[in-house]
Write a new protein. Structure first.
Lengths: 207, 207, 207
């Protein structure tokens, strides 16, 4: 069972697969925000993607358990799987709340937040495709800077959205619903930053 | 101070003790939901159990600091103590809110959630009793599947409870209180799943 | 790039710097609670401190990546940087909400909470100044006990503040705002306890 010299490729395709699923879920949420029809069906698809991501995470942890010497530090593999899984969980949590809270229509703030998430997910997928080669270090670090910038943007957007919500929304229950949706989306972007931080660690350690 | 060859028993009784305290607290909360009298007194007892759990966690971390070679990976011991402690923290947090928010009566959703927590706690205790022997690997993995199933059940229940709350409860402050209680209970079940995930890691690594 | 025998001093000044920034931010928040004028300006200063703290954390992680043999266990350095960063994040988050929610005036509960945070931050700074010498073990452990006591105090205060809020505040939106501010301040004190727990680990391992 124990592989003494696993090839680096064993883990990398797992990370790429997780990144692909995240991008698919972010795009699905963004498209839902743009075309708010068949909400339950589209949310169910995001839930399905979240389950797929769970399986990938589970497989990667299993692989980690059976691998003695890993190409990347064990703690970094663990942190990466966790962070990728968290992004997907929050994407699913945001989508689920659209149904659960019977949201009648999207807001401009929702659309802006999901657009940032698509960009972050694209950046994560690009970086995960570069991880296999040390020559790509500079390119990966650049993508990490971009993901950090997107997180700052999402953070500003979130504060503006919530500030506006408290100014204009007088129904406390409606306010509560949207506040939570914006916060969950912000949390998803935070987790994208966590992913970027692990990428950076991996690059720094190998340099 | 440093034990070169600690016997596996040093850590296992600590995990079993933590699991026993969790089961006791889950049962106390479940009984409170069934018989909603002397609420403050019963909540104080759960708080007391939480303090006991803190001491067990503290002792286990102390033992870990003084032990050089551990029978189980250090990171897994750390994660297990943390996850067990988190379950208890959330059980206590849910109980405390019943007093803090002056909840007048339990809801059917509360009773269902505490019943799932008792089942999860029983499963955790059973698994922790099997950890000492590699022959039990299959049985432990089966219990982990059960804990995951219970978490999915709690998750569905939580979504139904909160959906119903938003449909029927028109007082935003009452809604806020129950929403938080349901979410804290859900978080407790999530942490039971974290415990199961560490059990699984331990079994996979030793196989 | 890799330092085989880094001097302990490489990490300690980083921890001390982070602790200084935390104390500065806690004092700034406490002074804001005492003199509630120029709120936006004072909150912007705390945000600035949070950015400074981010840079220190980033540098320390960079140093950790380039250091092969560390004077303190890698996992403890990692946990310490994370916990110090979290304290600052929550201080900033509490301050930001005073502006975001257009809070008109501080409450006695706010002042009590920020006073506890100043005391906790002072204790953290004192302990971080003692880390360099094993002879200080007993003094560090004493400070950790004090930080734990302060966290219990903050926890009690939080429950009293929130209980009173639900009793007296009938506007659900105002209630929501203050509840969150109190909770974020409580979370900041929780993270001070996390810092103390890492200090304790470091001392126990080296004894």
């Amino acid at each position: 069972m124990i592989k003494l010299f696993p090839r680096e490729e064993s883990f990398l395709p797992q990370f790429a697969r997780a990144a692909e699923i995240i991008l698919e879920a972010a795009k699905a949420l963004d498209q839902l925000a743009a075309d708010f029809t068949d909400v339950e069906l589209k949310v169910a698809r995001i839930k399905h993607l979240e389950h797929e991501g769970d399986q990938v995470a589970h497989q990667t942890f299993g692989l980690l358990s059976r691998t003695w010497i890993t190409p990347i530090d064990r703690e970094d593999i663990h942190a990466l799987v966790k962070a990728l899984d968290d992004v997907l969980d929050y994407l699913d949590a945001a989508a689920a709340r659209l149904v659960l809270y019977r949201i009648p229509a999207p807001t401009p703030a929702l659309k802006l937040a999901t657009a940032i998430l698509v960009q972050s997910a694209e950046a994560i997928l690009r970086a995960s495709g570069l991880l296999g080669d040390l020559k790509n270090s500079a390119a990966i670090l650049e993508i990490c800077v971009e993901i950090n910038r997107l997180e700052n943007e999402a953070d500003s957007l979130n504060r503006i959205s919530i500030g506006k919500l408290f100014e204009t929304e007088k129904d406390p229950i409606v306010l509560m619903k949207w506040k939570e949706i914006y916060e969950v989306l912000e949390a998803a972007t935070d987790c994208c930053e966590d992913v970027a931080n692990v990428f950076e660690q991996i690059v720094l350690k190998s340099s």
